[in-house]
Design a protein around this ligand. Structure first.
Ligand code: FAD
Length: 291
């Protein structure tokens, strides 16, 4: 199918893009990698009157790694971030999760920030941003603001971005010295959207006991779900934690739905199995980094 007609803007400067979006208001849509928007247009599930293509805004094609974490600009493609050794060192969870996003062809065009803005509850990166407590920076004619991850994802394919706002970057905090992370998901075929996915972060204290254990879930609800499992883990050394019991506790807290891909019970079961797996891996990882 072909998309419905729309006015097309391809600005060469950020100020111009923000101006075009302000003019378009609720009728406007940003086009980044087009890996989700173009199919939606072609299937006529979206019909924006104006499209603002940001592909010429090379100033947004950035991956900045600092001691604090990884800041990804709105035009950085999945594949570019995946290849960044510095980003993998600062935040291995982002790299791990990106390996599970679609296929190379999609990753060569799709953007990290576009995936966050799209806010698909089955996507990997929203869960990663949420469990890390990251944020999205948005710009509009009215100025710039930072939206924390826990306020960013508001529903399926819905975010806190307002009409006229452009997400200019996303910030993924780095791992602390005694921190470890791991990602796991179950898909029917490699590259498909996951039936369930879990991103875990375990941080140890100076005595190498669990100071914090968090898990972020995709495909178990309308938005990414983050569970703080620290109390369940019991502030023990990773070797003496009952990770199976922690996972069973997490399984009792998730409340997925049945759809054409999987039943709710099966999804809940997968959430438990994956939680144990990724928590163990994240804890082992934290111990390795701490030694
Ligand atoms: P676009 O398609 O250009 O835009 C998507 C939406 O976000 C639009 O509403 C657009 O207006 C908005 N948007 C984009 N950028 C901005 C911005 N900077 N500011 C404000 N709004 C913005 N994703 C996964 O996570 N996991 C998968 O397993 C997966 N599998 C896929 C398989 C296939 C075959 C395909 C085609 C896609 C798949 N995707 C998957 C989606 C892919 O990751 C997309 O790259 C991603 O959803 C959107 O990024 P994009 O840059 O292509 O955004």
């Amino acid at each position: 199918m072909k998309p419905p007609p729309f006015a097309y803007h391809a600005p060469r400067a950020l100020a111009e893009a923000v101006g075009a979006l302000a003019e378009a208001g609720p009728d406007g849509k940003v086009l980044a990698g087009g890996q989700s928007l173009i199919p939606l247009l072609n299937m006529r599930l979206a019909a924006p009157a104006r499209i603002v293509d940001i592909n010429r805004l090379t100033e947004l094609d950035t991956v900045e790694v600092t001691e604090r974490g990884v800041r990804v600009g709105a035009l950085a493609r999945h594949s570019r971030v995946l290849r960044s050794i510095e980003a993998a060192r600062a935040q291995p969870l982002l790299t791990d999760a990106l390996r599970h996003v679609a296929h190379p062809v999609v990753r060569n065009r799709g953007t990290v920030v576009g995936s966050l803005a799209h806010a698909d509850p089955a996507a990997e990166l929203p869960a990663v941003l949420a469990v890390l407590g990251g944020s999205v920076d948005a710009m509009s004619a009215g100025g710039r603001r930072t939206i924390p991850a826990d306020a960013f994802f508001t529903g399926p394919l819905e975010s806190a971005l307002r009409p006229g706002e452009l997400a200019v970057s996303a910030f993924f905090p780095g791992l602390p010295p005694y921190g470890g992370a791991a990602f796991g998901e179950v898909t029917r075929r490699h590259g498909d959207y996951a039936l369930v996915g879990v991103a875990a972060v375990v941080v140890l204290d100076d005595d190498l006991r669990v100071a914090s254990a968090r898990a972020g879930y995709l495909s178990v609800g309308a938005t990414p779900l983050v569970l703080d499992l620290t109390e369940a883990a019991g502030r023990r050394s990773p070797g003496s934690c009952d990770w199976a019991a922690v996972a069973a506790h997490a399984e009792s807290l998730v409340d997925p739905e049945t759809d054409i891909h999987a039943g709710a019970d099966y999804r809940r079961h997968l959430a438990g199995v994956l939680t144990e797996r990724v928590l163990r891996a994240a804890a082992a990882n934290a111990l390795e980094r701490g030694e």
